[in-house]
Write a protein that binds this ligand. Sequence first.
Ligand SMILES: Cc1ncc(COP(=O)(O)O)c(C=O)c1O
Length: 461
Amino acid sequence: MTPEEFRTYGYAVVDWVAHFLENTRDFPVLPDTKPGELIDILPASGPEEGENFTEILADFEQLIVPRITHWNHPRFLGYFANSSPGEAILAEMLAATLNPNAMLWKSAPAAVELEQVTLDWLRQWIGLSPGWFGQILDTASTSTLHAIIAARVRKGFASMDPRLVLYASSHAHSSVEKGALAAGLARDRVRRIEVDSAYRLRLDSLSAAIEQDLASGLIPFCVIPTIGTTSVASIDPVPGIVSLARQYGLWVHVDCAYGGSVAIAEQYRPLFTGMDEADSCVVNPHKWLFVPMDLSVLYCREARWLRDAFSVVPEYLRTVEDPRALNYHEYGLPLGRRFRSLKLWFVLRAFGRRRLAALIHQQIEDAKWIAAQIAQHPDFEVCAPVEFSLVVFHHKGGDAANDRLLDRIHESGKALLSPNVLDGRKVIRLAIGNIQTTRDDIRMVWDLLQEAAAAGPISTF
Ligand SMILES: Cc1ncc(COP(=O)(O)O)c(C=O)c1O
């Protein structure tokens, strides 16, 4: 592409993005497409000769966009909603333009130092003490895998030992179990500890499980509490878990992939008590800090614990030792590292802590508002306390009724919610987190839910 062509197409793409951001609400949240449809439309092999870029862009608009589930839609309220504001979109374009590889200080000085600076800002904003070391990884799943491996090494095991045992609540995210598997633990070495009536890990059950494992000659080495579980956004008792962990010599990794951003709003800081005494934690700005996929932050209380676990330096990567030159590749699995900190920097600077905190607070208020409407309706029930921006509820008509309700909402194209099972019953999750979501969007979704419930029988009985 010549610079002139780049200008022409670049302006066209920016125009398209601006139009999309301005009119996102007019796009159906869920696409009307069938599995395999795009595969059948696209050629079975790649082109021998390069194609005209105008045609490629036209196909993006005509073939790709109509088949996208719009995560950037203000009424995308499924899973954990996320966002891609204009500031971050532009940052991604610039990062791809410079295209540095932040594996070594020398290979990308500004990218490495910007990562250090932005993660130190975020560290302060979420209330971690000076000295915590942060690094950006792709996802919380990868971050948690790193924590598990570092925990094993810190326990004195250079390689996996079949006696090692890891603990997390029955509501911990599947990435905990996957991380344990990837680190070499057998499935039965991951203890899923029962929860109390508010879905928080039970300390008495945790200490009983540890005692039982010790008595059987096993080696407890790591516990992973969650602040903001995926199923109900419950908060495990981190202070109690930390003191048990200290007693038994366990590493504590706090999973606040979703909830962690809330700590930047001071009024919610008490929910994070104990996190600063943990050994590591993960927070995903790509979930709820209005930074687009992907950007997960792994914080570790001592950088050297990660370095002990991951440092392998072949000759070709050796550079002059300088205490201020950080070579990130020594602290984790990936060698090649994208310039992810640029979009974080743009978002943190463009919004500022106060506005980010205010947005998060507003979204929690919106969640509480719809939870209050649901609680007052005779046919609906809120199924878990609302701590953050996640509302878990169901229609009292039974599992099939909830399936049908979701189908009707999704067929309308106006909103996306996600299903789950809680205490053996089908429930619906509504998670607010997109930067464009307003109280009017949430009001509309509540109207949609009531209309869908009233539009013909949804109950099986
Ligand atoms: C609490 C929690 N931890 C971890 C994850 C995994 O996140 P990722 O997709 O970044 O691996 C999720 C995903 O929703 C989550 O909710």
